[in-house]
Design a protein around this ligand. Structure first.
Ligand SMILES: [Zn+2]
Length: 46
């Protein structure tokens, strides 16, 4: 799974394999960070 996170607002972003573009839908930022693959071990308390 290729998940990415916006560097500006930390919004989760999924890369579109069709357009191959990654833009944050929340703040329109193009600065995207790659999520860590070991993230599956993290549990968000919400
Ligand atoms: Zn953002």
């Amino acid at each position: 799974m290729g998940n990415y996170v916006c560097a500006n607002c930390e919004e989760e972003i999924k890369m579109d394999p069709v357009t191959d573009r990654i833009i944050c839908p929340n703040c329109s930022s193009r600065i995207i960070l790659k999520k860590r693959p070991e993230e599956s071990n993290t549990v968000k308390a919400r």
